[in-house]
Design a protein around this ligand. Structure first.
Ligand code: SAM
Length: 275
């Protein structure tokens, strides 16, 4: 992982990958740690290049995950020129595979792009935001949204604390709809996090979160641009993207916090996690 970013504020620990949250004395925590310590069982026996219908990792992912043009990799699904709807999980090749480290199915594991910077937003009450100093083409991997992987009880406790203290909320709830139900993963980069923790919400977002797995059942929350992003534009995602979270878009289920994204299609309120 090549990640040279640092936090400018004191009190936040920079981590380049998810870490397990603080110890709890309950079965929920034991299950979470078991999941954190387990590995995916698949691997491939490919040579240098992994190819569709041959590579065992790509077969699980339903085909080629990424396409490459010269030196850059793009999420293949964006070729369809619409927002991503995932049918298969995206699983990258890993250390257990026989293929080369340059096989083409390794992207998110290599770390964020190098053009990101953090600065105060024009709308000062939003606080800091994440920006790029160079053009980012649609479908490009930008960075991970990495933080502590916490239990649902801890997420509820932290969210209530943040609301009571009127603090910013960084908890991302990923809902993956699988046969037999929904799997929820809670990531909180408020105290331990990477550069992704500065991404603000927009009702007209420039990026989307796509779960990507690298040798672990716990997905990495990978941020991909969903439109072209120009130099000095802010990178945002929709905190309430319905296919990933159950954050409410309706006014009566929001937490009353006004959205300041400034878009013409702004919904007016910040999406609110309803676990
Ligand atoms: C994940 S943090 C984003 C980084 C944060 N702005 C900072 O300064 O560290 C999420 C918090 O940023 C603020 N925020 C993000 N998007 C916003 C928006 N569109 N309107 C108002 N506040 C926003 C809210 O306080 C929210 O709880």
């Amino acid at each position: 992982m090549n990640d040279n970013y640092v936090h400018k504020e004191d009190g936040i620990v920079y981590i380049d990958e998810n870490i397990p949250g603080p110890k709890e004395k309950n079965n929920e925590y034991i299950s979470l740690i078991e999941l954190c310590n387990s590995q995916l069982t698949h691997s491939c026996n490919c040579g240098v290049k992994c190819e569709e219908n041959i590579c065992d990792c790509l077969k699980i992912s339903g085909g080629v995950n990424y396409t490459s043009h010269s030196e850059s990799h793009y999420l293949k699904l964006y070729k369809k020129n619409k927002n991503v709807m995932l049918t298969y999980p995206i699983i990258e090749c890993s250390a257990h595979c026989k293929c080369s480290e340059k096989c083409g199915n390794r992207l998110v594991q290599n770390g964020p792009i190098g053009t990101l910077y953090v600065t105060t937003c024009k709308e000062k009450s939003i606080g800091l935001g994440l920006f790029t100093n160079k053009f980012i083409a649609k479908g490009t991997f930008i960075c991970e949204y990495a933080g502590e992987v916490i239990t649902k009880s801890e997420a509820i406790r932290r969210q209530q604390y943040n609301e009571n203290k009127r603090k910013m909320n960084y908890i991302f709830c990923l809902n993956e709809h699988v046969s037999g139900g929904t799997i929820q993963i809670f990531i909180d980069p408020s105290m331990f996090g990477n550069i992704g923790r500065y991404i603000n919400h927009s009702c007209e977002p420039k990026s989307e979160i796509i779960p990507v797995r690298v040798n672990s059942p716990i997905p990495k929350l990978a941020v991909f641009s969903c439109v072209d992003i120009f130099p000095n534009e802010e990178i945002t995602f929709d905190y309430g993207a319905s296919y990933l979270t159950n954050s409410s878009k309706s006014q009566d289920l929001n937490n009353g916090k006004t959205c300041l994204c400034g878009s013409k299609i702004c919904r007016g309120y910040m999406p609110h996690n309803v676990y």
